[in-house]
Write a protein that binds this ligand. Structure first.
Ligand code: AMP
Ligand code: MG
Length: 352
């Protein structure tokens, strides 16, 4: 068996340098490693450094609280107590409520109870490998968001179940930090949490923040650029964390129906939304749903925009991004997804 482990926390979204000739207000910044990723925060204005230092502390706190691998985290406590109700913090309640809504809307494509499968595959560990079909079958019986009982400020998992907030926690953190910083009077900042980017206001020169979308096939290339103000952009891609076995690539976003990495034909999904937590959950959900169902989700529920890159070289951009997203290079053919494409039948308009 030939196995090659690749753990890349590639940053799918990159901040593009501030280009301004005018006198710049002082920049405050902080870089921390938390939540399994490198986090970079940049803010402008009076009190910005103190606010960012507070933000860094909050990130360490959230990491301890929300990690599915740290023994003493609240998530580990919930998992160890499967079968009984456990009192939980507001932080976890908010994420579980949002997660369950996306689970219901996506028909279970998003499911925080995938942890038994994640552990079986060993993503992110030296032991990553393709499990036996029977092992996947056995783990699947414990994957069911419908058996997460959330009542008031307590949660109960059915016996054998375990959860991970890996697909939503960074978005929750960026949303919380954004609100905290705004509350401290910060009106210009950019938060980058390993590919989850959240813009507060605009750049100090008044122009929108520019965020590059990584080409999912060639890491060094840019597939497009977003111009954002008071918006989060979150990308999910199979290339972020994966391993190779016998010449085949297995990535970390799992289809809770099959127990195998999702094969919906999408290689990168970026969600642009005014709420970072929603954007994070949706990027994972739409990746699993695949092209047609992802577009159906957008048409049915709205409240966000998306850029979907398909494995056959198309870049599908929802029409709300016509002015704020520009494709780079010629690797993908651009198509706009319109709302009036009908219920099930997907219609695109060609773009450049
Ligand atoms: P993201 O990078 O936000 O798409 O989240 C991926 C992470 O979420 C994985 O590393 C898993 O820990 C977890 N995950 C994988 N598949 C799913 C899924 N279908 N629903 C919810 N969480 C998932
Ligand atoms: Mg996500």
């Amino acid at each position: 068996m030939k196995r090659r482990l690749i753990i890349v926390q590639a940053v799918a979204l990159l901040l593009l340098a501030l280009a301004s000739c005018s006198a710049k207000p002082e920049k405050s910044k902080v870089t921390v490693f938390a939540m399994d990723t490198v986090i970079y925060l940049e803010a402008y204005g009076e009190g910005a450094q103190a606010a960012l230092d507070e933000a860094a502390e909050k990130l360490y706190f959230l990491d301890e609280l929300l990690s599915a691998t740290k023994e003493d985290s609240e998530i580990s406590k919930i998992n160890k107590s499967a079968g009984s109700f456990v009192p939980i913090s507001d932080e976890v309640i908010k994420q579980l409520e949002a997660a369950l809504e996306v689970s219901r809307r996506s028909g279970g494509a998003f499911d925080v109870s995938v942890l038994p499968l994640v552990n079986l595959w060993g993503f992110g560990t030296e032991g990553a490998h393709v499990p036996a079909a029977e092992e996947i079958e056995a783990a699947l019986q414990y994957v069911d968001y419908g058996k997460i009982g959330l009542e008031g400020s307590s949660v109960r998992l059915a016996q054998g179940m375990s959860i991970t907030l890996g697909a939503i926690a960074k978005g929750y953190a960026s949303q919380e930090l954004s609100e905290m910083l705004k509350g401290r009077g910060i009106s210009s900042a950019i938060l980058s949490l390993g590919g989850n980017v959240q813009a507060i206001g605009s750049k100090p020169d008044g122009l929108k923040w520019r965020v590059a979308l990584r080409d999912p096939v060639s890491a060094a290339e840019t597939a497009g650029v977003f111009e954002l103000s008071d918006m989060a952009a979150v990308t999910s891609g199979g290339y972020e964390r994966y391993f190779e076995q016998d010449g085949k690539v297995y990535h970390h976003i799992l289809d809770p129906k099959t127990g195998y990495p999702a094969e919906g034909g999408l290689i990168s999904v970026t969600i642009v939304c005014d709420n970072g937590m929603t954007a994070d959950a949706l990027s994972t959900a739409l990746f699993v749903l695949g092209e047609d169902k992802a577009i159906e989700y957008w048409r049915d529920y709205g409240g966000f925009e998306a850029v979907l890159i398909t494995d056959d070289g198309r870049m599908l951009v929802t029409e709300g991004l016509r002015d704020s997203f520009k494709k780079s290079g010629e690797s993908y053919s651009l198509l706009y997804v319109t709302r009036n494409g009908g219920d099930k039948c997907v219609k695109y308009q060609t773009g450049r």
